[in-house]
Design a protein around this ligand. Sequence first.
Ligand code: NCD
Length: 317
Amino acid sequence: MPLLKKSFISSEQLNDADIAQIFDRAKSFKAEFTKKRRIDHLVKSEGISQKVIAMVFSEPSTRTRLSFQMASFRLGLRPVILDNLAASSISKGETFEDTLRNIAAMQPDALVVRYGVDHAADKMLTELPFPVINGGIGAMEHPTQALLDALTIEEFRGKVKGEKVLLVGDVLHSRVANSNLVLLSKMGAEIAYCAPEAFSPSDKKWKPVKHFTELNEAMKWATVVMGLRIQKERHSPHQGIGLSIAEYREKYRIGSDQLKHFIDDGILLHPGPVIRGIEFSDHVLSDPRCKVLEQVTNGVFLRAALLSLILGFEVSL
Ligand code: NCD
């Protein structure tokens, strides 16, 4: 079991066997929950209720934070969470890195963490004696989001291999895009993006990736379309995007006109939060091809699978 007791920071860490193992477990948890509305009875290992997971979120989060908590409770684990940093000693002047170091000194069994750019924290996390799970670090990676996206693609498209996945929006600043490029390529999907110049990725791993300038052309090509929010919080104060919001919506918002170019059995994804009218129109959010809430449901089971594997719990599937 290669994931056992390991930190999970990047999609790069996963091999085919890891992905298959996480997906099998997530799918079994989902199937059992659908039948019995519980999964804790599947966990065979003793002492799960004595395991404490610390969660520290210094950036806003709804889905990732709540689904890690929900997954912990569903498994029978005990999560503790620090997400209101204004009510922590950070407001007294303690650094984020020192805050993490002190939480680590309380000896949790694992840590789920989200924060912005903090190289001191990046380094400190590699030295901890228990597993650390990346719940979204800066613009770098969000590997559990990529896993739940891949699981949702597999569920609704039957497979990931050979799928044509189009990312639309602020690719440059999106940790979701980075993790998806690595994971989905590894799983055999073809990736492309459609973004204005100011949001086009510059890192060398994006160099070979197909780039569309015209959204309707891109929609014709894709089997899976993923919208991405404009990551304002990661833009430098003087950075313009080279076009107004009205022009951005005109060129990059997916609405009913763009859907006319999309295949009937394709799917639309978004990691959330969706800003209605900017990335997707209301019409798109109610289109049967839109699987945004199914992604959220899968996120709970995917994170339960990952936590149970990393903590080494035996489960009966
Ligand atoms: C994303 C994130 O925080 O990176 N959301 C999420 O975790 N589901 C995307 C975003 O904030 O736009």
